[in-house]
Design a protein around this ligand. Structure first.
Ligand code: DC
Length: 228
């Protein structure tokens, strides 16, 4: 056992993963690693090049020499494409779809694998994504699978976008969410699914604070139980 503690939080979009993971990381003084941002950066790079983001050969061809990195500024994660901070640009609905497309491409997952593992090997972290507990950190100290109904997740996503001044139609967001869930769960490589030893947290009927409390308690209990 090493001294480093890794917490894996997986689940579909809009389950509250990023906010809960970030705040849980703050609570324990760990860094928060949002791995979706990496797929989003690869996605917008392909979009900028005018490529079909679901084409394995085209997107695979962008990886040679591509530089995607995470930098932690005052504990907050920023994502860089080469030397450009793209942390805001990666949040548009178009970038979400592109990320979902490129995340189904094996060479993209391989390209991002070492980067994620290196960060986890060196830092106490809460890492969120789709395959953290199953593929990236199968030996994580704590694994949590956060979920909620698609309707509740679409509501949350609309509220989040609206806070950023991006107006979206609920039905459209819901349809995209269902499509993205389908893509993420049915892809051949590293599909979205709970690890066998993950603890399931369904946030459909929970407020953000309740979900956060539940996650923090699980982590505390697990860490105390294993004497970490
Ligand atoms: O968490 P997010 O919405 O930012 O993720 C964007 C896309 O990236 C999502 O559709 C699935 C994919 N993804 C993935 O396949 N594996 C991860 N570890 C994180 C995200």
């Amino acid at each position: 056992m090493t001294d480093i503690i890794n917490i894996a939080i997986d689940g579909p979009a809009g389950a509250g993963k990023s906010t809960i993971s970030r705040r849980a990381a703050e609570h324990f003084g760990f860094i928060y690693v949002d791995t979706g941002a990496l797929y989003r950066a690869v996605g917008i790079n392909a979009l900028r090049l005018g490529l079909d983001t679901s084409n394995h050969d085209f997107v695979g061809g962008t990886l040679d020499g591509l530089e995607v990195s995470l930098r932690f500024v005052g504990g907050a994660q920023r994502v860089y494409l080469f030397d450009e901070d793209v942390s805001e640009e990666i949040r548009t609905p178009k970038a979400s779809m592109a990320a979902s497309d490129v995340s189904a491409i094996p060479s993209v997952r391989e390209f991002l694998f070492d980067l994620q593992r290196d960060i986890a090997a060196k830092n106490n972290c809460v890492m969120d994504g789709r395959d953290i507990g199953t593929v990236v950190l199968p030996e994580a100290d704590v694994k949590i699978f956060l979920t909620a109904s698609p309707e509740r997740r679409a509501e949350r996503r609309c509220a989040e976008l609206s806070e950023k001044g991006i107006k979206q139609d609920f039905e459209k967001v819901l349809a995209e969410m269902i499509q993205r869930d389908y893509n993420d769960s049915h892809r051949e490589i590293a599909p979205l699914k709970a690890a066998d030893d993950a603890i399931l947290v369904d946030t459909t009927d929970m407020s953000l604070e309740q979900s956060l409390d539940a996650v923090i308690s699980i982590i505390k209990e697990k860490i105390a139980h294993e004497g970490i």
